[in-house]
Design a protein around this ligand. Sequence first.
Ligand code: FES
Length: 100
Amino acid sequence: MSPVENKSIEVFAARLEPAGTRFDAPADVPLLQAALRAGIELPSSCRNGTCRTCMCRLLEGRIAYRIEWPGLSLEEKQEGLILPCVAYPASSVVIELLRR
Ligand code: FES
């Protein structure tokens, strides 16, 4: 087994409001993909952080982006809005679907 395969990935707990649905959120998987793996459908389209279809609010916890500037303004980020298709969990998280 290579050192990369040996590395253990932290798995956080995620909860999706308002339904309160829980799913496992590995640190190396975007939240949208982790939800899909658990059979939870979230709105999505581009899955690369530009279309904003997946936008949710982060109620608790921390996330990190691996792309330079996901399609959110600084103000939106400060309001807690996130793009789950490119947001990796950095702790256990609670996210909320936005009303559309
Ligand atoms: S699906 Fe397009 S920004 Fe997330």
